[in-house]
Design a protein around this ligand. Structure first.
Ligand SMILES: Cc1cc2nc3c(=O)[nH]c(=O)nc-3n(C[C@H](O)[C@H](O)[C@H](O)COP(=O)(O)OP(=O)(O)OC[C@H]3O[C@@H](n4cnc5c(N)ncnc54)[C@H](O)[C@@H]3O)c2cc1C
Length: 367
């Protein structure tokens, strides 16, 4: 153990031996050999020029809600704390806002909803920072970040230069972007620009095995519904279904929803007759039969459904467990080690493969 969780560190400076226990939502007791939290582009550039930083591996950390530290990190963890939300453009229809990478994403959504601006209300309560949101193109309840995002501004780790990436240049896909692939570990995102709609078009299409946004809205009151209603509906669903990140070690969905051929889908339907399927890139919740007739060859199916159908929802080994109301979520009930947690992931993967012939891919970033 190289870090002491009680030791204080100095912002905008390189610190050695810092505990990451409170900086990863799985609450693993791991440390970083070097750590720096930067709150400006100038501080970030200065840090990137430091000899120790240049001589070591770098890992960029946001809120730590999608990272699985498998061990102590022997390089430099840079946490981006750049704050600020600024309106940079407005016309009759749209507002563009630039958001510092270190802003808390749920607070950004709350801010947009409080102004009545539409576009990100379906992404309510996705934990983490604004800067990490484009990395895996956060998505849920019928909306993908890329549908609202205009630009990402990032600093090149090698030479400190600044680059603006348009939405197209980010190569967004399902739970992925250029920052997870071609440019992995090469840029630090410092801000993002979103285009929000002053005349919001609500997306209430999400429905799953147990719930739908429409039903949730119906519980809230009569139409017409507002951005605020959709936001509240999503919050209600999430709070019922997901573990409280303050109390339980979690990274949300550990697995990606698998992409399979129609032939495979037919086989799965002989085991799980009602299972839904969705298009690969979009979270389109129209009927799968209709989609099947109209679209291409591959479909995405809910990994949670597969796990639940095996009777594994709520399964627990030691302090690792499958969250009962969201079986794609593997939690740490308290004292699980990274090794035990990774072992449990493998057990679930093997069981799914043995039952359905499907190889689950992990969504969480393993460091
Ligand atoms: C309870 C729970 C529910 C969740 N629900 C959802 C959901 O509905 N939909 C969804 O898409 N995700 C969900 N997630 C996953 C997570 O919230 C998102 O992936 C989020 O964007 C991670 O943000 P973060 O700041 O914590 O990033 P981190 O976990 O710190 O980092 C994630 C990745 O982004 C990189 N990164 C972070 N910041 C930067 C930066 N400034 N520049 C460059 N790279 C950076 C890291 O290197 C790492 O590769 C959930 C997680 C939890 C715990």
């Amino acid at each position: 153990m190289i870090g002491d969780s009680k030791k204080k560190y100095i912002k905008n400076e390189l610190n050695s031996g810092v505990s990451l226990k409170k900086k990863n939502s799985l609450k693993f007791d791991v440390s970083s050999a070097f750590y720096a939290e930067v709150d400006s582009i100038d501080s970030l550039r200065k840090l990137l020029g430091n000899d120790v930083v240049r001589a070591n591996d770098i890992f960029v950390l946001g809120g730590g809600t999608n990272v699985l530290f498998s061990n102590d990190y022997h390089g430099v963890v840079i946490q981006v704390g750049i704050k600020g939300i600024e309106k940079i453009f407005e016309d009759a229809e749209y507002v563009h806002i630039e958001i510092g990478a270190g802003e808390d994403w749920p607070s950004v959504v709350e801010y947009a909803v409080s102004k009545g601006w539409g576009g990100i209300e379906n992404l309510a309560l996705v934990p983490g920072t604004a800067g990490a949101a484009p990395v895996q193109n956060i998505a849920c309840y019928g909306h993908n970040l890329h549908e609202t995002l205009l630009f990402v501004t990032a600093i090149n780790i090698e030479d400190g230069s600044k680059k603006n990436f348009s939405c197209t240049e980010c190569n967004f896909g399902y739970r992925t972007s250029i920052f997870k692939n071609e440019l992995k570990s090469q840029f630090v995102i410092v801000s993002i620009i979103l285009r929000l709609n002053k005349n919001p078009v609500l997306n209430t299409s999400y429905n799953s095995r147990y719930e739908s946004v429409e039903n949730e809205l119906f519980e809230l009151g009569d139409p017409p519904y507002t951005v605020k209603d959709v936001y509240q509906a999503i919050i209600n669903i999430r709070q019922r279904k997901l573990p409280d990140v303050e109390k339980i070690g979690t990274v949300g969905s550990v697995f990606k929803n698998p992409l399979i051929s129609f032939e495979q889908f037919e086989k799965i339907r002989s085991i799980c007759p009602d299972i839904h399927c969705y298009p690969e890139r979009q979270l389109d919740y129209s009927s799968h039969e209709q989609y099947r007739k109209e679209k291409g060859n591959k479909v995405k199916i809910p990994a949670a459904w597969l796990i639940e159908e095996m009777g594994w929802a709520g399964k627990r080994i030691g302090d690792c467990g499958i969250w009962k109301t969201q079986p794609i979520n593997i939690v740490n009930y308290g004292n699980a080690t990274p090794e035990e947690y990774l072992g449990f992931i493998d057990i679930v993967k093997d069981a799914v493969y043995n039952n359905y012939g499907i190889k689950l891919e992990t969504e969480v970033v393993v460091v």
